[in-house]
Design a protein around this ligand. Sequence first.
Ligand code: NAP
Length: 369
Amino acid sequence: MNTLLITGVTGFLGGAALEKILNDNQPVNLLLLVRASDRAKGLERVKENMRKFNIRDDKLNALTEDDILLGDLGNPEDFLDDARLNKVTHVLNCAAVASFGNNPLIWKVNVEGTLALAQRMAQVTGLQRFLHVGTAMSCAPEPDSLVAESAEFRENAEHLVEYTHSKSTIERLMREQCPQLPLLIARPSIVVGHTRHGCQPSSSIFWVFSMGLMLQKFMCSMEDRIDVIPVDYCADALLMLLNSQAENGEVVHISAGEENSVKFADIDRGMALALEKAPVGDKYAQVSYETLVKMRRELKDIFGPCNERLMLKAMRLYGAFATLNVRFSNDKLLSMGMRKPPRFTDYIARCVQTTQGLTIPEQMAVDFK
Ligand SMILES: NC(=O)c1ccc[n+]([C@@H]2O[C@H](COP(=O)([O-])OP(=O)(O)OC[C@H]3O[C@@H](n4cnc5c(N)ncnc54)[C@H](OP(=O)(O)O)[C@@H]3O)[C@@H](O)[C@H]2O)c1
């Protein structure tokens, strides 16, 4: 039987991958890298995350302390000598500091710790696949484009945040320094919500749309499009890629693509329908960041108690991504047999329902760890 090491299983994408494995009763030995003080606490952290995906208790009880590998990618030397790693046949590497904030651990974890893990796994003779989860945004895409996968990164590309810079750097370093690693790189686009559980597993990024519509102003136009996929589609694609025959070194987008990306105007209509109110429509104005800064005193009235500086920072960073109007080609993934993705607007009502009662500052905390 295969042995699958999953990192990041207490997070959004890793959790969704484990959801699928447990619900499908996939015959695989699991090794789950978790940060905790002991295996019992590590197992409880995994279960706590899986409950957000409404996993039944009998499925959860299939997980045991033997499945837990305690470890922190900030200090990889503490777990890389665990002999169980020598039995691993597949790795799904979801762990990262996925934050647009200035988390001082971004480089240490996403680059140094991840490289140490890749170098260790490259020594495992039975390893068939190391599926690394990158991000489509790491290529620093040109605005208004349909982006195809490329293993090359533009020299001196300007990154909007340290996070995407770290993600492009680790891809390059793994290629250069681990030539024997059976590496496959999946680059999801923008992962928002779950088709059945909405934002219950994570409210990551969903709040950006709500924020713009509540302000009736943002930096993108209503005609701009955005490439969003649900986390369960992303997880299905990751597990398909894990067992695919893709060439070592291949890069594959997991994305909505040209066909299933949506306009902000569609998102406005979808949210309005779910909230049973009129869309913002013509009342919406595309504005500069400077205009949003001038509204700083109004933010508390619109959003309730909030840190004005953090709200403005969020608008600046996410506004910069929202105005890119990029779609990421999914031709490669579809040609490998993956079904087409749903549109964000197909399941946006679930996201609206599962964030009712949560303020924007509460929802955005997950993205500024
Ligand atoms: N969400 C998106 O829209 C999106 C889009 C494209 C690509 N991605 C990529 O998908 C991957 C997963 O993202 P996500 O959205 O699932 O993030 P997430 O919900 O924040 O989960 C991150 C996971 O990484 C783990 N982690 C962080 N620091 C660690 C460390 N020092 N040692 C060990 N584990 C550590 C976390 O563990 P703790 O629970 O212990 O913190 C958590 O399990 C990332 O590589 C990200 O770049 C995400």
